[in-house]
Design a protein around this ligand. Sequence first.
Ligand code: AMP
Length: 384
Amino acid sequence: MINLSSLDITNKNIVIRVDMNVPIKDGNVLDLTRIKASIPTINYALNSNSKILLISHLGRPAEENFEEKFSLKPVALSLSKIINQSVEIIDNLDSKDIFKGASNIQMLENIRFFEGEKENCKNLGQKLGSLGDLYVFDAFGTAHREQASTHSAIENSNNACAGILLEKENEFLSKALNNFESPYVAIIGGAKVSTKLELIEHINSVADYIVVGGGIANTFLKATGKNIGNSLVEDSMLEKAKHIYHQGKIILPDRVVTSKTFEGDDIKERQANEIADDETILDLCLEQETISLINNAKTILWNGPMGVFENNFFEKGTKDLSVAIAKSAAFSLAGGGETLSAINKYIKQDDVSYCSTGGGAFLEFMEGKVLPSIEALNSKETGS
Ligand code: AMP
């Protein structure tokens, strides 16, 4: 991949595909993380005296028409406050407007309002790819989607490269897959085995231990013959879970937290092999042995909470895990929306070596897949 940081881009017109798909309520941006993650690339281009056109999607508009609630105007306003200069919104692809305004930064309205984006249409890709001197792809969070601005535009541009965020994501995620040190502890929690199966299978080939938590641990507990009462389970995954368990790397919880309801009635700490039929496992107790594994690890990968941590009654497993990871000197990588919420709640992002901005893209990368945007950027370099 050609990286932006290796190019001299003085006085150019640069199109940057960013991921500014942020939560918005009543016209206000609720979380600036994704906007801030794009700043290094934006500043790099501004400091090179270049003009910028930003492209992003926002939400899932049903039609390819303007809909106020999916407008990027609040995002442009938040960005302009962060970089302390105006950001002009552009709602069409006319060359008479683009790179022509007084502002050095323009932002195209939600790319999902444009015909052909979702279908990865070549016409739109060609148009986007030829708007400027360079097409910079920095939207890691959407690199797993084959759409016009994430795929066809790269393929059809004369010059395309990876932005600074994408370069960083690629470097840290690749390190955890190909360039890691052992012992390697992967921690995989969350609701369902089915959404993490490919991750578990792929990580099984690199990690020494896979600590499972959340609803995922329930399915593994049941697969090993334990009664899990009313707990969330995926019966269709039991055979797969049994097969993976017998490969010897899965670490199951010994003690768990149960309740009769999600509201916390009759909370008990129990041995995982003592669950009654009317009890639900909603959290786990992080064993001292697991904490020691994390402490002695050289590489840690974390995706998914250990319990229903949104509820304070069931947060302890996820909280203790966060603290253990923060204390470990290992190279630690975390990704996924719920995982980052837990990190923000119990520790700081700086306590983890790298927090990925991707959700689906993070999972697919760690499943060993080559993401379509990265594949298109790689072909650009080799000219194939
Ligand atoms: P995921 O998006 O797959 O990482 O799942 C995250 C969700 O899993 C969180 O909202 C948790 O509340 C939920 N979760 C974690 N542990 C459990 C559990 N034991 N039972 C039900 N849901 C759980």
